[in-house]
Each structure stands twice: as C-alpha cells, then as structure tokens.
Ligand binder design. Structure first.
Ligand SMILES: Cc1cc2nc3c(=O)[nH]c(=O)nc-3n(C[C@H](O)[C@H](O)[C@H](O)COP(=O)(O)OP(=O)(O)OC[C@H]3O[C@@H](n4cnc5c(N)ncnc54)[C@H](O)[C@@H]3O)c2cc1C
Length: 452
C-alpha cells in the first residue's frame, strides 16, 4: 500500500492550493480527483475572482488563457431597478476567469511543486483507526479499488464534502449543511449577438420574485460572451432555478438570438464556516467546509486561502510528528482570524436580506440606509455604519416600515457581536464546545429576531 504524508481529495481551487503548499515544503502529497486531468478546473461557477485574493496568496495575476476579462467592480440593482449601487474600488478589481484553464493553471502549480496527481479516481471512504483518519479507499476509472495510507487527509471535494460526511461524530465536525444555508444555482455561458453596453462591471440584480434569498448575475466575459445565472436560497418551497432563469433572465432583450455555450446547475453553501474544520488526521477546506462569502457566494478566493492555511498547518504539525486534532487546530484559528469572522458576520446580513421583502430593499437602497461605501467596507470585512437620516426615518415612519429600520439596526449590532465572538475563537479544542454552543445560540437568536 502506498504511503503519503497527505492525501488531498479533490483538485479544485482549495485542493490545489493545499497540495501546492505542502509539496513545496517537501511533503509527499497525493492529489486525487474523480475527473480526468484535462477536465480538472471545469465547474459551474460565476467565474469571478477579486484580485486581492491573489495578492494575499502571492500568486501572479492571470494573464493568459485563464483570463477572460478584467473587471472594475460590481453594480447592484435594487429589485425595482431604480437604484444602482456601483462599487468600484481597487479592492473590487477582479477577473472573469476561464474556469477550466484557471483550474489547470493551479493544478500545474501543485504538480510542479511535486504533488502526485491521481486523476480519474473517486474517493469512496476514509480509513478510520482508533479515532484517526489514516488513509482513504478510492476507485479508479478502471473499477480498481485502491487503498492509500496517509498521515493527514484533506477534504477538498467541494460542496459534496465526501470525506466530511463519513467522519465519526466524535470529531465534532458537522456532517450535514442545512438546506436553508445553501443556494441552488443555475448558470449559462452565452454568446450574445452583440457585446453589452456595460462590460466594465459585474451586474447583480436583487429581487425575491426571481431569485428569493439570492440574486441574478450577468458577468461580462469578453468577446460578447456572458456568464449569467441565479442562485436561490433552498428555504421552504423554493422555485426551480433553471425555470426562473429561462422565464426571467433569458427573456431580457440582450439575450435575444444568443447562443448557449455551456449550462448547468450546482450548489453554493453560503453560511458561516463550519464551526470546527479539523479532526484527528483530517482537515476540511473550501466548499467542503462551507467557506463561501454569504452575501455574494464567492468561494474561489476563500477556498484557495483555506487550502493555503491548511497546507501550512499540516506541514507544521508533521514537523512536530503529530497530526491529531490539537496539532491541526491552529488552522481553524488562522482561517477564522482572517476570513472566517467576516464570513460569519456577513451570514447575519444574509439572514437579514432573506427576511427583507423587495419593497424594503427598494427603500433601503433608495434612501441609502446602507451606502455603496458601507457595502464596500462590509465586503472587506470592516464594520457596517448605518446612515439613518431624519428624512429616511420620516419616510419609513410614514410608510409604516419602522420594523425594517429596527431590523437593520439589530443586524448591524449582531454583526458586531458575531465578530467579537469570532475574535475569541478557542485556541485549543478543549474550550470549543462552549464556544460552539454560544455560536449556535447567536445564530438562532439572529434567525428568531430577524425572520419573525
Ligand atoms: C453557480 C455558482 C456560481 C459561483 N460563482 C462564483 C464566482 O463568481 N466567484 C467565486 O469566487 N465563487 C463562485 N462560486 C463558488 C465557487 O465555485 C466555489 O466556492 C469554489 O469552486 C470552491 O472550490 P473547492 O475547491 O472547495 O471545490 P470545487 O471547485 O467544487 O472542487 C472540488 C473537486 O473535488 C472533486 N471531487 C468531488 N468528489 C470527489 C470524489 N468522490 N473523489 C475525488 N474527487 C472528488 C471534484 O471533481 C472537484 O474537482 C459559485 C458557485 C456556484 C455553484
């Protein structure tokens, strides 16, 4: 049986960064994916990536086939389309990627550093011994079962979390993600008859009639191509995303005579990070650990970040000769200190958005209760500041919408509370259970107060 320091299950953006980081440090790494090599990177996605993520990770800007279009920011349309927030700032400069080629670009980086790619191989189950994950059982495309031994297994299998779902309860890792914390998405890449007028910004359209709890996006890809789709919160009797897309998005004049290049559906987990992402001999990264921005659903950046942090932590743990939960714990802390606390506080804002109706959002955006600057600040992980002027207060009182104002105020306070709570993320597993219970209580409270 072949032995590795680490087996990374899934060669997406998270897995490639984890494999690259560990291989670079000299570990013997197997990077496994169910897809054949040439299909790695292909994904139903909006394909948008903020430049700041690459800068943070020390990765160069995409410049070749992996880059389809450089963008200057985002435009957010209110449900009645009367208000448009244009969020253009150096931190919102980004790229619309050719997702397959971007994936291939990352894969090459991992393989060039020495990670061994095992493609067309499907993970089946973890090998568990005395409370530790000690390897994986997988199946090759030829139908052959293989078993690999490994000091650490990384679950980077994306939304399906194929390793996570088979871990024992004693590892204190949530195995299931609630439907209401997931967006069901449908997306198409289309060739338009002519280039849209706006190709500088990514466009986001809010509105509960079309995309309840989510939004519609139209992102320019260059060469009169667009990436367009919608995400819907899987809460209650939610509508079918593809049907909504065909009835409400493709009927826009810009799509007349357009050609379908690629279409499909997938899920995006938009809640706070899993409260704990490590167990004895196992680490969860990317979508498998629910590491997506709750507001815009972007997960390429955080998944790469998590892969990088996980890789670093595993290297340190193995240098000290121990990969139990305590030795791997600092990965939780690293991720939460950088992106996780922002993600968690934005999850509160997501709950507020789900609970708000279209009219409230129209007024809220129209009267700039939250300004473009605030959205920008919040997106960068800073505090929201409310801008409730006397005029706005009068209008909202007159329209009997004070409940909305109060909920917005409450949201901002709870976001602060959550950030402070994440600042106190436990240093070791011993105090985790108490922290976890407080976390669950905070989010249950937010749902009870904001969704009533
Ligand atoms: C419709 C949609 C639009 C999105 N738009 C954006 C966007 O514009 N910008 C953005 O930043 N994020 C976006 N996201 C989120 C983003 O796509 C993910 O957060 C990101 O791809 C997560 O990367 P990952 O490496 O964790 O998982 P993935 O990219 O899903 O990679 C998982 C890998 O694991 C492999 N795998 C799965 N099961 C097995 C198995 N049993 N054995 C072996 N291998 C396995 C898969 O083949 C795959 O290669 C969007 C998501 C959706 C659904």
């Amino acid at each position: 049986m072949e032995k590795f320091d680490a087996v990374v299950v899934g060669a997406g953006t998270a897995g490639c960064l984890a494999a690259k980081t560990m291989a670079e440090a000299g570990l013997k790494v197997c990077l496994m994916d169910r897809k054949p090599k040439e299909e790695i990177g292909e994904k139903i996605c909006g394909d948008a990536l903020g430049e700041h993520h690459l800068k943070f990770l020390g990765l160069e800007k995409p410049h070749s086939g992996e880059l389809e279009k450089r963008i200057e920011g985002v435009q957010i349309y209110s449900p009645d389309k009367k208000t448009i927030f244009t969020i253009a700032d150096k931190d919102f400069i980004g790229y619309i990627l050719n997702r397959r080629l971007f994936g291939q670009w990352l894969l090459k980086k991992a393989v060039d550093k020495g990670a061994m790619l095992m493609d067309s191989t499907r993970f089946l189950e973890p090998v568990l011994e005395k409370g530790f994950v000690t390897g994986v059982v997988a199946k090759t495309s030829a139908g052959k079962k293989v078993q690999l031994q490994s000091k650490v297994v990384v679950d980077s299998s994306g939304f399906m979390g194929v390793v996570r779902r088979k871990l024992p309860e004693s590892m204190q890792i949530e195995r299931e993600i609630a439907n209401e914390d997931v967006e069901a998405c449908y997306r198409e890449i289309r060739q338009l008859k002519q280039e849209n007028e706006n190709t500088r910004y990514c466009e986001i359209y809010l509105g509960g009639k079309v995309a309840p709890g989510g939004y519609v996006w139209i992102f320019p890809k260059g060469g009169a191509k667009v990436n367009a789709g919608l995400g819907i919160c899987m809460r209650g009797n939610f509508p079918n995303p593809k049907k909504q897309f065909y009835e409400h998005v493709l009927t826009k004049p810009q799509f007349e005579g357009s050609l379908l290049l690629n279409g499909g559906a997938w899920w995006d987990p938009t809640r706070r990070p899993l409260d704990n992402m490590v167990g004895n001999g196992v680490v969860l990264v990317g979508d498998a650990a629910s590491l997506v921005n709750p507001i815009h659903g972007g997960g390429i950046g955080p998944s790469m970040l998590s892969g990088y942090f996980a890789g670093q932590t595993i290297v340190e743990a193995l240098e000290n000769g121990n990969a139990d939960q305590s030795a791997l714990w600092s990965y939780n802390k690293r991720y939460n200190d950088t992106y996780g606390k922002k993600q968690a506080s934005l999850d509160i804002f997501r709950i507020f958005l789900i609970a708000s109706n279209d009219e409230d959002l129209d007024y809220g955006m129209g009267y700039k209760l939250v300004t473009e600057q605030d959205v920008l600040r919040a997106a960068m992980g800073e505090d929201f500041r409310l801008n409730i002027t006397e005029t706005a207060r009068r209008v909202f009182r007159g329209r009997k919408r004070m409940g909305f104002l109060n909920k917005l105020r409450l949201t901002v306070n709870m976001m602060r509370q959550v950030r402070a709570h994440y600042d106190a993320y436990p240093e070791t597993p011993e105090t985790f259970e108490k922290w976890r219970q407080q976390t669950v209580a905070l989010f249950s409270q937010a749902k009870a107060k904001l969704m009533k």
